[in-house]
Design a protein around this ligand. Structure first.
Ligand code: EPZ
Length: 430
């Protein structure tokens, strides 16, 4: 199993290029099978989750032509199966987007029920409520969700909780339903807008994405398109916090600064300088940072996917901060790992009380999930001495060439796969 080994204490300095948004790409790839024509998607992040979804799509008969690591052509005309294999859903929850896509196009879909996961229970009742409202009959048999409809019809759907996944899934199915659908209390995340823009570029008629009311007029057919995915605001934010925690100076390039506003606001609040350009942000941290309180919320609030990264940064700030996780129930698993590095954090329910320490010490830690794993890498970069991060498969699910990009900013980090390589690294960095 691969690990990261990091020699910390080096301020990150330089420029880093951000890739395409993983969570937008997952929706867009699934939606690409909704036409029989060939769709070309660019700025695709080359990460594990994307590659697994592409395999799942090939598994049902879609023709997937990887033009290069960031560009793919997809043709959904040969799909012979509407039943997705459990193998894939086990690896990535987002293969549930194939439910909305298949149901919209073929009025029939069968996808295994995704299990719980390591950030807490993640129900999909709202997705199913939406499909039912569109006229599908949805049942769960032998661990799979089976959605079937004679015809799908427009509907007025109110989401009880703001859900990215439900909004995207319902939007896909409704794009090919008969008549008019309104989704109220819709998620407003940039990736929801990106999926809507993608579907519109295929001939769908979706209005209001990015607000909490999305209106969709169903169309009979979708057509080919050539589309480029938006930059990943979570990857960008991760590098922004890496700059802050290491007291660095980093230009984060190829971003949409508007999507980073919640992160930028928090960084400024704790004493970083953030300069915005048309498609870049520069983060400079020259002194010990101040504390703040954070509550994760749906967009445009502070993102749950950036919660571990800010917590690690606050673990080094002067004073006490309070971080409240209001989206997922179990997203503080990394706190025990961070404690092994000398952090002083107490978790009570969905709140972490973080008493900043002057420095963290390198230790052997284990990534409990994707974003927490990235946050532990940030901790390692800021800590004194050597940190080893185990279970980096989680990190590879969502960060492309993470260690390479960090090395480009001056970090001493390597991916290793055995004790001998760790010793070699230690000898080299001294
Ligand atoms: C998406 O997950 C992202 N995943 C997550 O990113 C992200 O953390 C999350 O949105 C919140 O922004 C993808 O886009 C693939 P939700 P999703 O439905 O869609 C409750 C990462 O690290 N809910 O917006 O599954 C749910 O329990 C990942 O990249 C229901 O109750 O999240 C949660 O409390 C991790 N019923 C809240 O809504 C439902 O049917 C928001 O979840 C659906 C959701």
């Amino acid at each position: 199993m691969d690990q990261y080994v990091i020699k910390g204490g080096i301020p990150l300095v330089g420029e880093v290029e951000i890739g395409g948004a993983k969570n937008a790409a997952l929706g867009i790839l699934a939606a690409a099978i909704m036409t029989d024509e060939t769709v070309v998607i660019d700025n695709l992040p080359d990460v594990q989750d994307i590659n697994v979804l592409l395999e799942a799509m090939s598994g049902i008969g879609a023709v997937v032509d990887r033009i290069n690591s960031h560009k793919v052509a997809i043709n959904g005309s040969m799909i012979g199966e509407v039943s997705v294999d459990y193998e894939y859903i086990k690896k990535i929850r987002a293969s549930y987007y194939l439910l909305g896509a298949l149901l919209g196009k073929y009025k029939k879909a069968e996808v295994p029920l995704p299990g719980g996961c390591n950030i807490g229970s993640r129900p999909i009742d709202l997705h199913l409520k939406g499909f039912r409202a569109l006229g599908a009959s949805v049942s769960i048999r032998h661990g799979s969700i089976i959605a079937v409809a004679e015809r799908l019809h427009g509907s007025h759907i109110f989401l009880d909780t703001v859900s990215v996944g439900a909004t995207i899934n319902i939007m896909m199915a409704a794009s090919m339903a008969e008549g008019y659908t309104i989704i109220e209390n819709a998620a407003r995340e940039p990736h929801v807008v990106d999926v809507a823009n993608f579907l519109n570029s295929m001939g769908a008629n979706i209005k209001g994405a990015g607000t909490d009311v999305i209106r969709i007029r169903g169309v009979e057919k979708l057509h080919k398109t050539d589309y480029s995915i938006i930059p990943d605001q979570i990857e960008a934010g991760t590098f922004m916090f890496a700059a802050a925690a290491t007291k660095g100076d980093v230009m984060v390039k190829n971003v949409i600064p508007k999507h980073l506003e919640a992160t930028t606001a928090k960084l400024e609040e704790i004493g970083c300088e953030v300069e915005e350009f048309d498609d870049a942000v520069r983060v400079v941290a020259s002194k010990r940072l101040r504390t703040t309180n954070v509550k994760t919320l749906p967009y445009p609030g502070y993102p749950t996917d950036m919660q571990p990264q800010i917590s690690v940064t606050l673990a080094l700030a002067q004073g006490t901060s309070i971080v409240t996780e209001s989206i997922f129930e179990n997203r503080f698993k990394y706190v025990d790992e961070l404690a092994r590095m000398g952090a002083n954090i107490k978790v009570e329910g969905n709140t972490a009380i973080i008493s900043g320490v002057k420095s963290l010490m390198g230790a052997r830690v284990s990534a409990p999930d994707l974003r927490a794993g990235a946050a532990l890498v940030i901790a390692g970069l800021a800590a004194e001495g050597v940190t080893i991060v185990d279970d980096i498969v989680y990190i590879q699910r969502g960060y492309e060439r993470f260690e390479e990009k960090l090395r480009g900013l001056g970090a001493e980090i390597e991916r290793v796969s055995c004790e001998k390589e760790i010793q070699k690294f230690k000898l080299r960095v001294g």
